[in-house]
Write a protein that binds this ligand. Structure first.
Ligand code: RB5
Length: 143
């Protein structure tokens, strides 16, 4: 499995922790930047880069971070085929996969701490899409 990651400066530290966490579990990562927490950059650039990697099939999933997780998710969701969920709790993380088949996760570094963020990532990756009636609804989003 390959997971693409991206963030602006506001999400850089959390993104770095997630990269370390995934690599320690043997999951391959592809980091689309940004490169530090000090230079102010524009989150749509990084949301788009990760979303395009997911939509093209180059990677399996995408995880993006900004200060709130909101801006970068809005940018990612503009790319066709992307279902990027902003999540701040484990239950929503599981549901975003089980019911919505989210192929991207967005987290806010200024909203949740590292411990919860890593729990969310693990729960999201471990959850399968349930299909069935949810398949129809997800298809309606795509249409
Ligand atoms: C950057 O200051 C901040 O606006 C950004 O990280 C994010 O929170 C936007 O949604």
């Amino acid at each position: 499995m390959i997971i693409a990651l991206g963030s602006d400066h506001g999400g850089y530290n959390l993104k770095s922790e997630i990269v370390k966490h995934l690599e320690s579990k043997g999951i391959k990562t592809l980091d689309f930047g940004t490169e530090n927490a000090t230079d102010s950059v524009d989150y749509p650039i990084y949301g788009k880069k990760v979303a395009e990697a997911v939509a093209s099939g180059k990677v399996n999933y995408g995880i993006v971070c900004c200060g709130t997780g909101i801006g970068i998710s809005l940018a990612a969701n503009k790319i066709k085929g992307i279902r990027c969920a902003v999540v701040s709790d484990v239950f929503s993380a599981k549901m975003s996969k089980a019911h919505n088949n989210a192929n991207m996760l967005s987290l806010g570094e200024r909203v949740i701490g590292k411990g919860l963020a890593l729990e969310i990532v693990d729960a999201w990756l471990a959850t399968e899409f349930e299909g069935g009636r949810h398949e129809r609804r997800v298809s309606m989003i795509e249409d």
